[in-house]
Design a protein around this ligand. Sequence first.
Ligand code: HXC
Length: 515
Amino acid sequence: MTSLKKNIQTLREKKAKIEMGGGEAAIAKQEAKGKMTARQRILALMDKNSFKEYDLFVKHEVRDFGMDKKELAGDGVITGTGTIYGAPICIYAQDFTVEGGSLGLKHARKITKIMDHALKMKIPIIGINDSGGARIQEGVGALAGYGEIFYRNTIASGVIPQLSVILGPCAGGAVYSPALTDFVFVVDGISNMFITGPSVIKTVIGEEISMEDLGGARVHAEITGNAHFFARSEQECFDQIKKLITFIPWNNSTKATSVKPQKPTIKKSIEDIIPSNPKQPYDVRDVLRSIIDNSDFFEIQELFAANIVIGFGRMNGETVGFVANQPMVLAGVLDCDSSDKAARFIRYCDAFNIPIVTLEDMPGYLPGVDQEHAGVIRHGAKVLYAYSEATVPKITVILRKAYGGGYIAMNSRHLGADFVFALPSAEIAVMGPEGAANIIFRKEIMEAENPDEMRQLKVQEYIDKFANPYVAAANGFIDAVIEPKETRDLLLHTLEMSRTKDEIRPIKKHGIPPF
Ligand code: HXC
């Protein structure tokens, strides 16, 4: 055998050994938990034969606590580049079969190297997390590694899309990188995220709780809002990632790739979806599907703060971000969680050149001691900030109720909307007719022979005066009162008219949003 042939043989053997990760027993343990290996995950996600791996031979240099005897294949993480539907992607996947995917300094440096590459090339980065957190044997080296990742997550924020996939435990420092990224994906029964695990909680606080109840996929998809996409299997999760990649641009100086324009497939008209009784709820997603190309609405954070609906769809083949109050849940009010959800999405769209269409039907901010004490002032202010700050095209359609702070907050003309339209069913007022009549006509109602009759009269008086779009239209606060069937055409037209929008703001280092 020539020396080159021999060397190739040696290379193949070395690679094959490292590619086995933590070895057969550890892989069997991983598979027994219903989990793919790190390598299988990358291959399942990327276009066929597109993945190229780097830094396979990186080794840790820790000598304490028996680490001198542990080789740790690839130092527990696989990094490389590939494509998804042709889009260039940087990726890393932690390998739980290698020392629990724990993060040491070399492991972290592999991640930061691929992150630097993504930022330099201005292409998206995907991190697949499956890790016991900071490698306990390494001490401060591991903590340094996390810090270097968090720093890069922050620098890359708003420049390139950053996606985090949680496919196993994600403990301690491991949760903060995902929290700093744009979209977090979780899988039922597989994903866990927590700062301190059940055993530490038991020792320190004395409470017993399962990993699932503490920070399982559902907890983060429904309660904390840390997760943006919830799937029932790893494959479903990869399909969600692939779909998301088609909707977003590679970086903040480009636009999302456009596709062939398609008509909505849902034939139900807005007129038939919105009930004539203003107190009757409906699913605003039906309205979205009736105006979006191919009726394909890709919802984000579907299970969290369901009183607001956010997601991507296409109009005339171009990606649009949609924000819509959901009358079906809490009458579509803005509260702490829905404000956070909407504000973050608006900022995402603005950072990545995605126009925003807002559908409004809501009675205002949610009143009550719980909300006040939870900080609805601070959280609610985020929506005002995000819409006011955004310079991408911003269009609003008022479907029904637009009361009080909600009217202002949901991308009103006053916060810089480019176009505001209202259906004839719109009610634009400081508050609902009942509440308003009870306050301003209190004396007349109390002193009337029949207070209930008088209340009804006064409520009707208020409705006649304000529960319509014409006062706002007379002031030029809305640009047109339209028939429901005109909605899609008008959106297509105004989005087209806004393509070259270029809004300059005062120079500043950065604003100070109500975090
Ligand atoms: C070193 C670790 C490790 C870690 C797991 N392992 N976590 N090694 N450092 N952080 C090793 C285990 O010793 C084991 O090695 C192998 O990985 C598989 O782990 P198991 O415990 O057998 O797996 P499982 O039963 O599935 O439990 C997974 C787990 C548990 C829940 C993640 O391992 C665990 O609680 N780990 C510690 C989590 C934690 O508290 N991390 C916080 C670190 S502090 P063998 O050789 O037996 O196969 C931190 C602070 C950073 O992150 C703060 C920055 C802001």
